[in-house]
Design a protein around this ligand. Structure first.
Ligand SMILES: [Cu+2]
Length: 171
């Protein structure tokens, strides 16, 4: 009987751990380089996968750069809609919303974009990952502070912890 509960608990742990790999992930743009001049973001994005729900994090010294979400033309010509607000926190988090397709981001400071501070990514939707259209016509481009409690991975960890707890009490 004990071995049976052990098997069940093991499956629970396995499921919880496996689910973390399919959940939304945080992607630091440029990795340890952050968001800066003299870096090839096209090369960086090459071979990487971006999914709806993932969070892009732009790290830079506040005031030195900023982040504008633009369209394909804005990306090409390094222009942005004067009506859109730049993200300027230095640790800007953008949750990728909406449908599969391209997203474009540029730096609006000086001629940084012309010098290469521009990023285009190809966003995919996961199977079974609903990309409901309600209220997602534009990305949530406010620089929201990242809350660990709202992180789906946090919940997966909770499930895993619960499974471990069950093993402890049942065996
Ligand atoms: Cu810049």
């Amino acid at each position: 009987m004990a071995s049976f509960t052990r098997v069940i608990a093991s499956i629970a742990i396995f499921t919880a751990l496996a689910s973390t790999s399919t959940l939304a992930k945080d992607i630091v743009v440029g990795d340890e380089n952050g968001w800066k001049l003299n870096f090839d973001y096209q090369d960086w994005a090459k071979g990487k996968q971006f999914f709806v729900g993932d969070r892009l994090i732009f790290n830079y010294a506040q005031g030195a750069h900023n982040v504008y979400k633009v369209d394909g033309n804005g990306f090409k010509t390094c222009t942005y809609d004067a009506g859109t607000n730049a993200l300027t926190s230095g640790k800007d988090v953008i949750t990728i919303a909406g449908d599969a397709g391209k997203r474009w981001y540029i730096c609006g400071v000086g001629n940084h974009c012309e010098q290469g501070m521009k990023l285009v990514i190809n966003v995919q939707t996961k199977d079974g990952y609903s990309s409901d259209k309600e209220g997602s016509s534009s990305d949530k481009s406010a620089a929201t502070p990242s809350s660990g409690l709202l992180n789906p991975q946090f919940f997966a960890c909770m499930i895993a912890s619960l499974a471990v707890f069950l093993v402890t009490i049942m065996v």
